[in-house]
Design a protein around this ligand. Structure first.
Ligand code: ADP
Ligand code: NA
Length: 341
């Protein structure tokens, strides 16, 4: 039987951080053996907020190299850059014309991000970005989309867009235009990572560790040097309690740092708490820093080797784009036919 198809991507805005790795990319590595996987650097999403062209170019390559350094294997998965496959932009337009604006205005991320900008400067792309995301997913006949909780609403929207489109343009209407009939789009499902894989900010323990957070000290970037990592962890916000705990609602910082410790050491949170419960913050933090450094060291070494060979990365991305292009155009051709192009 056909293996289920998986599509996922990360935006190349800034450097990937530990949350992206533990919440997303590390799971992709496991999935590439079980599913037919497409992993994309979604660079066209990165321009929905103001951007610098040179930074985008650099961040796109860095992200692709980090996918490889994390263990994504180009012989198993298609690794590619969204803007290299023009079907994404084309399908996004076709879908946009049939997506009610009201659906888009309701998106939490739009509300949050548009409030951070001068209303006169909010680009239309910030509103329509979830339609591009729907196109990304629907193009590949995706069964499963591994995403964090923050993206659940966008997956729901992609499903609604697909259903509406199938209803409007699929079935016998499409058949009369020479098509196969039936559904044009497969309806995708969100695939949530296991609980605990949500990494919070070092600055407060309650907001998500994020590329878009202003303070660099709030996140552990995958490419931070050991010194920088130790320093960030040393300065991470703490509380006045003694000993370490996990899941005490009054202690989000402790919960977060113990979670990170358990994730990078591979221990259960129970085992981690047993090891750490009697430590002071001053004793725990260097231990956590050592564990994070040790966890990231092999990845950083592989990253260096990959970045030293520009032609290798070019080859991987060209091969990935070829494979993606084939799969995407199969869907896009159906859509074009069903819409009367
Ligand atoms: P960011 O918020 O840093 O810009 P993205 O929105 O590009 O990250 O998310 C890329 C992927 O990484 C998604 O699957 C998302 O759920 C996951 N992810 C992002 N931040 C975190 C986090 N702090 N903890 C766990 N997973 C995360
Ligand atoms: Na985000």
């Amino acid at each position: 039987p056909r293996r289920q198809r998986v599509f996922s991507g990360v935006q190349p805005t800034g450097t990937l951080h530990l949350g992206n790795y533990l919440g997303a990319i590390r799971n992709w590595v496991k999935m590439q053996d079980l599913y037919d996987t497409f992993f994309c650097v979604v660079d066209m999403h990165a321009i929905t907020m103001p951007h610098e062209p040179r930074d985008l170019l650099e961040a796109t390559r860095k992200s692709a190299a980090l996918y490889l350094a994390s263990g994504i294997d180009p012989d198993k998965a298609a690794i590619f850059v969204q803007s290299h496959v023009s079907a994404h932009a084309e399908l996004a337009w076709l879908l946009q014309c049939y997506t009610p604006i009201g659906w888009l205005r309701r998106m939490i991320q739009f509300k949050e991000k548009s409030q951070k900008q001068n209303a006169e400067e909010v680009g239309a792309g910030l509103l329509t970005y979830p339609v591009l995301m729907a196109a990304d997913i629907l193009l590949y006949g995706t069964d499963l989309v591994p995403v964090g909780e923050d993206q659940r609403q966008h997956i729901e929207l992609a499903r609604d867009i697909a259903e509406r489109f199938n209803h409007k343009f699929g079935g016998s209407k499409w058949k009369k235009l020479g098509g196969r009939g039936g559904k044009i789009f497969k309806i995708p499902e969100a695939f949530m990572p296991p609980a605990g894989a949500r990494v919070m900010s070092l600055s407060d323990g309650t907001s998500k560790m994020s590329k878009s957070a202003e303070s660099d000290a709030s996140r552990i970037n995958l490419l931070d040097s050991p010194d920088v990592l130790a320093n960030k962890i040393k300065r991470a916000k703490t509380d006045a309690f003694r000993g370490l705990e996990w899941d005490n609602p009054e202690r989000p910082e402790a919960t977060n740092l113990v979670t990170i410790y358990s994730l990078v050491t591979g221990m259960s949170t129970e085992a981690a708490v047993e090891e750490l419960c009697d430590l002071s913050w001053g004793e725990f933090k260097p231990r956590l820093a050592d564990a994070v450094v040790a966890h990231l060291e092999p990845l950083q070494q592989r990253y260096k080797i990959i970045m030293d060979d520009a032609s290798y990365l070019d080859e991987v991305l060209a091969k990935g784009a070829d494979k993606a292009d084939d799969a995407a155009n199969r869907t896009l051709n159906n859509v074009r036919q069903a819409m009367g192009f």
